[in-house]
Write a protein that binds this ligand. Structure first.
Ligand SMILES: [Zn+2]
Length: 173
């Protein structure tokens, strides 16, 4: 979302102190751009006793193995988004289990809501922004070093992936 121009009246935005913090504000109509992290839904899917991971085709963390994940859209709940994303990225219909965790960081503009799930049909295939899909046994999860020249979001996402994979490993050992 561009913050250069007012989304109401197209006047160039200016920095102003609003609510004790500097935020973009329209000098003409007073519109304030409140920036909030976008929610992302993630699924730790068990399929044939293994964990479904996709190789990320796009930034952040392109080329890394990670659980299927994607933005929650208006018109769907977070659980609905998890189910939709799983279908789009790995071809599986899933049944949700419990919440694994909610992950956020001050300098990252998304927050991740991760659920446990298991497959309930469909066919495993890579789709959407996944370049590859694979099943990993609990004792054979990928070892992935943090990205060398990563952005704050790359490094944070790497940490979230590590945390969620360890969680899955723990609960399936
Ligand atoms: Zn305006």
């Amino acid at each position: 979302m561009s913050s250069a121009f007012c989304s109401r009246c197209a006047t160039p935005m200016a920095a102003a102190t609003v609510g004790g913090k500097e935020r973009p504000r329209c000098p003409a109509c007073g519109f304030v751009l409140w920036r909030n992290p976008a929610p992302v839904a993630m699924a730790l899917i068990e399929h044939h006793d293994k964990l479904v991971l996709i190789r990320r085709g796009a930034a952040p963390l392109a080329g890394y193995w990670a659980p299927p994940a994607g933005y929650v859209e208006c018109g769907e709940s977070v659980p609905e988004a998890v189910v939709r994303e799983a279908g789009e990225e790995c071809g599986l219909r899933i049944q949700l289990g419990g919440l694994v965790g909610v992950y956020s960081q001050a300098d990252v503009d998304v927050l991740i809501v991760a659920y446990a799930a298991h497959s309930a049909g469909g066919e495993l295939r890579a789709g959407d922004d996944a370049s590859e899909v694979r099943l990993f046994a609990a004792e054979d999860l990928p070892q992935q070093p943090p990205p060398r020249d990563g952005t704050a979001t790359d490094l944070w996402l790497h940490g979230v992936v590590e945390t969620t994979l360890r969680y899955w490993q723990h609960t399936h050992a």
